[in-house]
Design a protein around this ligand. Structure first.
Ligand SMILES: CC(C)(COP(=O)(O)OP(=O)(O)OC[C@H]1O[C@@H](n2cnc3c(N)ncnc32)[C@H](O)[C@@H]1OP(=O)(O)O)[C@@H](O)C(=O)NCCC(=O)NCCS
Length: 235
């Protein structure tokens, strides 16, 4: 397994939910994303290519031969402050205005903050330490490219919860020198997570997930377990 920064040779314009992706199948793999807008992957590709041109990369990839089996997406905090977006979520899609947006030169060291936006390891590759290897890769890349801090949000210390949303557990980040920041995730994010967990609890995401919810989180206060943490690592 090899960890490397994403470059323009292979722009990962969709995520590995469906399966490992390589140049040979990324265009043709089934999408199966309800509500995906026409041309979305092309908009993603153009936006990500511009971000790579401007900053050098915006992803760390875990490779099994030529296949991406896990990835972290990261962007300057300054972009995340302006837009909330996700490559595969039709409710937070990358829009044409983002493809055309002015990508700021960030020269002030105090503002050279990267945000880990999501992390995903394909289910066949979970539990083998890839999230740790990907985080190491991001921190090394960030240091080499003169970023002064990396931020992220982290789930409570429950692997099942972490596996429902693209965010490692708090304790995983703490092992990499992140600290809990003073700011908590916005109530908007907490609400999103609580809504997702409510759907899982009530069986809207399938009987299997409902059963797992009962096993791992049954009887716990949803508002409490939906409290995610903002974490920051100074470089
Ligand atoms: C969260 C996620 C990134 C973790 O990736 P991973 O490569 O499996 O994690 P690792 O193997 O590096 O393990 C990380 C931690 O989880 C623990 N862990 C791994 N598998 C576990 C399991 N089955 N049960 C309990 N803990 C487990 C490890 O012990 C490790 O703990 P540590 O941080 O204290 O060392 C992965 O589960 C994932 O991609 N989740 C997203 C799923 C998804 O598709 N969400 C949809 C919404 S977009």
């Amino acid at each position: 397994m090899n960890i490397r920064a994403m470059d323009k040779d292979f722009v990962l314009f969709r995520c590995v939910h469906w399966g490992p992706l390589s140049p040979s199948n990324i265009e043709t793999a089934p999408a199966n994303i309800p509500g995906l807008l026409e041309g979305q992957f092309e908009r993603n590709r153009r936006f990500l290519t511009r971000v790579i041109d401007a900053y050098g990369s915006c992803g760390m990839l875990a490779m099994d031969r030529e296949f991406v089996v896990g990835h972290v997406r990261f962007y300057p905090q300054a972009i995340c402050d302006q837009h909330r977006f996700c490559c595969q979520d039709p409710n937070n899609a990358i829009k044409q205005e983002m493809v055309e947006m002015n990508l700021p030169k960030i020269e002030n060291p105090a503002k050279r903050i990267l945000r880990i936006d999501c992390i995903l390891v394909h289910e066949d590759y979970r539990g083998r330490g890839l999230s740790h290897a990907l985080l190491d890769g991001v921190l090394e890349w960030a240091r080499e490219h003169n970023w002064t801090a990396v931020r992220a949000w982290a789930s409570p210390d429950n692997y099942w919860l972490a596996s429902q949303i693209c965010a490692p557990m708090l304790r995983t980040y703490l092992k990499h020198g992140f600290e809990k920041a003073e700011t908590a995730p916005s109530s908007e994010i907490r609400d999103l997570i609580r809504d997702l967990l409510t759907k899982i609890r009530d069986g809207e995401m399938g009987a299997e997930k409902k059963k797992e919810f009962q096993q791992f989180c049954g009887g716990q206060d949803l508002s409490e377990i939906a409290t995610y943490y903002e974490v920051e690592r100074q470089l």
